[in-house]
Design a protein around this ligand. Structure first.
Ligand SMILES: C[S@@+](CC[C@H](N)C(=O)[O-])C[C@H]1O[C@@H](n2cnc3c(N)ncnc32)[C@H](O)[C@@H]1O
Length: 340
């Protein structure tokens, strides 16, 4: 018998199982604190649990337990029975902070119940949340979705915009451009660049407000349309497809790449930004879970590998192909190609 056969198999450490089986405790604590606007209630200084309970109309005993849990998670600091925001909460969870992430978190909060229907979605093959709900049919949810995308894009843009050199380029098509945030920031950074955002009507209506509020309506226009059927036009020198491949099948993505290439001038650039897996599809874990999140919320939702996007671009005739990860904590990667 070989020595390898004799060696007892090392017993795996079950810590991850224990941790993951209760990870939703942490999520729900953060989501609830954000929903209650707890961090705003502490934005002007420390308060006792009784004061917080009175301000937020909560039960005093329960609130004391809740605040201690928030402190345990690092969101609050407790001193002499009074609680204040820790730097993490003060920076990202207070609504007057420029780096506020509360609307993105609220969108996750809305999907908490949807994730509870994972088993049903696995059986039916249908999303637990009909995509139309947040893409126009329910105005309040649509607005919440667009504002969350805007807030998230503002964060991601700090890494994405410096990666893209669009100097000298004039005409961009932002397919499924959502709130138009990237179009606003890129046209601001590269004078002379104008962008057309192609979006579903319910989303475009909210985006028009955001673009106007940014003072960018002169250089960023919104066109109502379905990117599956809308004419992409001609004469573009940049096409941006950000955060939409995860809603689409591989065949649909391939078709979108081909239509993007057709509307580009020679020398034109296609930029595809999204959460992608490595080749093989099982890593990083966040990307695989993101694929489930999209499965739960869009009929063809999932996740693709960036290597696959590069193959679609190559097959469509693009050259100078590159894929770049955005820096942590952003899980996004950017795949780019140039039309010869
Ligand atoms: C995750 S969001 C990304 C938005 C934006 N590009 C960004 O990265 O912040 C996907 C966008 O695709 C849009 N979308 C989905 N299906 C569409 C379709 N058939 N035609 C046009 N837009 C669509 C959605 O309304 C949504 O704004």
């Amino acid at each position: 018998m070989s020595s390898a056969a004799q060696a007892p198999a090392a017993r795996p450490d079950p810590t991850a199982i224990v941790r993951l089986s209760t990870a939703y405790w942490e999520s729900q604590t953060l989501l609830t604190a954000n929903r209650l606007r707890l961090f705003d209630a502490l934005a002007d200084g420390a308060r006792s649990a009784d004061e917080v309970a009175a301000a937020l109309q909560l039960d005093a005993r329960s609130t004391a337990l809740f605040l201690r849990a928030c402190a345990g998670l690092g969101f609050l600091v407790e001193r002499d029975g009074r609680f204040e925001n820790a730097p993490l909460a003060a920076t990202f969870l207070v609504s007057r902070s420029p780096a506020y992430m509360g609307n993105v978190i609220r969108y996750s909060d809305q999907l908490y119940a949807t994730w509870g229907q994972l088993e049903g979605a696995l059986r039916s093959g249908q999303p637990a949340l009909p995509a139309e709900t947040y893409l126009g049919d329910d105005p309040a949810r649509t607005r919440g979705f667009v504002i969350a995308m805007h807030e998230r894009a503002l964060g991601i843009a700090r890494a994405l915009v410096p990666l893209l050199d669009l100097s000298g380029r004039r005409a961009m098509l932002d397919v499924g451009g959502g709130p138009g945030t990237y179009s606003v920031l890129l046209t601001e950074r590269f004078p002379g660049l104008e962008s057309e955002v192609l979006e579903l009507p319910g989303v475009a209506a909210v985006a028009r407000e955001l673009v106007a509020a940014a003072g960018a309506s002169e250089r960023v226009s919104l066109r109502d349309g379905d990117y599956h059927s809308a004419d992409f036009g001609t004469g573009k020198d940049v096409v941006l497809m950000s955060g939409m491949f995860h809603r689409e099948s591989a065949a649909a993505c391939r078709g979108l790449v081909e239509r993007a290439v057709a509307c580009l001038e020679p020398g034109g650039l296609l930029v595809v930004s999204d959460v992608f897996t490595d080749e093989g599809g099982t890593q990083p874990a966040f990307a695989t879970l993101f694929g489930l999140n999209m499965m739960l919320t869009a009929p063809d939702g999932g996740v693709h590998a960036d290597a696959e996007v590069m193959r679609w671009m190559k097959d469509a005739g693009l050259r100078e192909l590159r894929t770049l990860p955005l820096p942590p904590p952003m899980p996004h990667r950017v795949v780019m190609g140039v039309k010869p």
